[in-house]
Design a protein around this ligand. Structure first.
Ligand SMILES: [Zn+2]
Length: 185
């Protein structure tokens, strides 16, 4: 969430001033207040609901401030299937048509496989695309239509302790054997 002066966009606002004004009413959920450029303050909130509450509080208009969420912070991630492996992400970023929205980021989705004790990543015919604003239903790449599905974050499993949520390099747990565990199942 950004705060800046309504008329005089060049005059700086001190973070402390915003913090002090925000205090009696909507201080809940503010994680930090920092300078963002010369005349802008950025407020970081714990949840979306708390950020929206801050916007609704009229705190901005009472102080001649503009409170807004910059578009680059409002993003959605989607998945396109059937995108051939030889099409690069740069090509997709340049050619993809999605109306008003901007393409913020493109990634080729890779599958992690284990082969002879080694981890390999294999490219798939799918890409994840981060859009500004909201998720479109369809997009076009080289005049071909692609359906956009909501991206679901993959579950990571540790090859060391076999627990979920971290990788072997970040592991603090005790090593467990994948083969033994499989046999027991
Ligand atoms: Zn682990």
């Amino acid at each position: 969430m950004y705060v800046q002066n309504k008329d005089d966009k060049a005059t700086s606002i001190h973070p402390l001033k915003v913090g002090r004004f925000a205090h009696p009413e909507n201080m809940q959920g503010i994680l930090k207040i920092v300078n963002k450029g010369r005349a802008r303050i950025a407020l970081e909130f714990e949840t979306d609901t708390q950020a929206n509450k801050f916007v609704d509080s009229n705190l901005g208009s009472r102080n001649d401030w503009v409170v807004f969420l910059p578009t680059h912070l409002v993003t959605c991630k989607g998945v396109l299937r059937g995108v051939d492996e030889d099409i690069t992400k740069e090509e997709i970023k340049t050619d993809l048509k999605c109306g008003e929205r901007e393409v913020v980021d493109v990634h080729r989705i890779k599958r992690r496989i284990r082969e002879n004790g080694l981890t390999k990543y294999v490219s798939m015919k799918a890409v994840s695309v981060t859009f500004s604003l909201s998720l479109p239903k369809h997009v076009f790449i080289y005049k071909c239509s692609f359906e956009v599905r909501t991206y679901v974050h993959p579950v990571i499993q540790c090859f060391g302790c076999l627990r979920f949520g971290h990788t072997k390099t970040q592991c603090n747990g005790r090593m467990r054997c994948l083969r033994k565990r499989r046999r027991r199942v």
